[in-house]
Write a protein that binds this ligand. Structure first.
Ligand code: FA5
Length: 339
């Protein structure tokens, strides 16, 4: 009798393979597993008619067959229910491919790289420091203790009372001096800065700065002037003129603003230079003795100069861009023009 079960199994499996769609599969289910007249059901119903000694082995084989076929049915059902891919149109493999959109460097990054190359030739190396900075480094060690009125020059985003989003890259001066421990330094420190100020055509609340710092023995204001003139001429053209104006920063003494003759009007006066013939390119000065000392350098032995310039403003001058807000508003029509 167990052979009868085996024969039914083979027959059912062949029929299952032959069922090539869901209606055929359903006919198969009714034929073999159907509750009323299904072949396996009939097999099970025939058990009581068997001699007592044959019933256990036959019953076990018939029940196993029922479980097995049920499982196979479900697997086949899942297989036939999967959507089939139909070729609706022919593919012309000779068509040219779609061009891949190439990315490009952001104008600020391009300008930064040009600046690295120019200062690199003069022996400056690039170092980077955190954008989230302590109040101690951003202000206090740069001669601005709490409540010092000069803090008002930098409208500050506070993370908490002791931590700020850096308002300028000058805290990097202290970090780099402490890193180099009394060795001569010639570095530039690029990075993002944040200021809680109104966004206008010339000012963003987030922008980049490139800090420059040179520390050594017998460094003078003439070295700063030479560096600025060289930078302006390499960046903007060999006949650029540079002038220094007295200014004030708590961490430099003396302090200056560096102006360049207007690249647009050649010094005649236009809207870019506000009809003065000059445009500011950075703030700068000789590193204050107290700041040298805060950085671990003996001010009786060492001197240094520092400057901080905005690459967006450099790019605006170079490409005659009249509004800084284009830089970070993600308008590809603007960004695609460069590079
Ligand atoms: C400073 O931030 C000083 N730390 C610079 C400095 C460094 C002086 C070392 C002395 C020694 P100032 O706030 O002027 O200075 O900013 C320097 C440059 O950053 C500006 O000339 C300008 O190019 C750029 N900048 C400043 N504020 C903005 C702004 N809101 N949006 C875009 N660029 C800005």
């Amino acid at each position: 009798m167990v052979e009868k079960v085996q024969m039914l199994k083979e027959e059912a499996m062949q029929a299952l393979q032959a069922a090539s769609n869901l209606p055929e599969l359903d006919d198969w289910r009714v034929k073999y597993l159907g509750r009323k007249g299904g072949a396996v059901t009939q097999l099970l119903r025939s058990i009581p008619e068997l001699p007592a000694e044959e019933r256990p082995a036959f019953g076990q084989a018939a029940n196993e067959l029922k479980g097995f076929l049920q499982e196979r049915y479900e697997a086949r059902h899942a297989e036939l229910s999967r959507p089939t891919v139909e070729m609706t149109e022919a593919i012309d493999v000779t068509l040219p491919g779609r061009p891949v959109n190439l990315g490009r460097l952001h104008l600020t990054i391009q300008t930064l790289r040009e600046m690295y190359a120019i200062f690199g030739q003069m022996g400056f190396q690039v170092e980077e420091w955190p954008e989230v900075e302590t109040d101690l480094l951003n202000f206090e060690l740069l001669n601005m203790p709490p409540h010092h009125p000069a803090r008002d020059m930098w409208d500050t985003f506070y993370v908490n009372p002791k931590v700020v989003l850096r308002t300028h890259t000058s805290p990097g001066q202290i970090r780099s001096m402490r890193k180099h421990c009394s060795d001569p330094i010639r570095i530039i420190l690029p990075g993002k800065c944040y200021r809680y100020e109104a966004v206008t055509a010339r000012s963003e609340f987030m922008f980049y700065q490139v800090e420059g710092l040179a520390v050594g023995r017998r460094i003078t204001l003439a070295d700063l002037k030479g560096t600025m003139v060289d930078f302006a001429r390499q960046m903007f053209g060999a006949d650029r003129e540079v002038r220094f104006r007295c200014s004030y920063f708590p961490f430099t003494e003396p302090s200056v603003e560096v102006d360049m003759d207007c690249i647009i009007c050649g010094g005649e006066g236009c809207r870019v230079c506000k009809h003065t013939g000059w445009v500011e390119i950075c703030g700068a000065g000789m590193v204050h003795p107290q700041v040298l000392s805060n950085g671990g350098y003996d001010p009786d032995v060492y001197s240094g100069f520092a400057f901080g310039m905005g690459p967006e403003r450099v790019a605006m001058l170079k490409h005659d861009i009249d509004d800084i807000r284009y830089f970070y508003s993600n308008d590809l029509r603007f960004l695609k023009q460069f590079g």
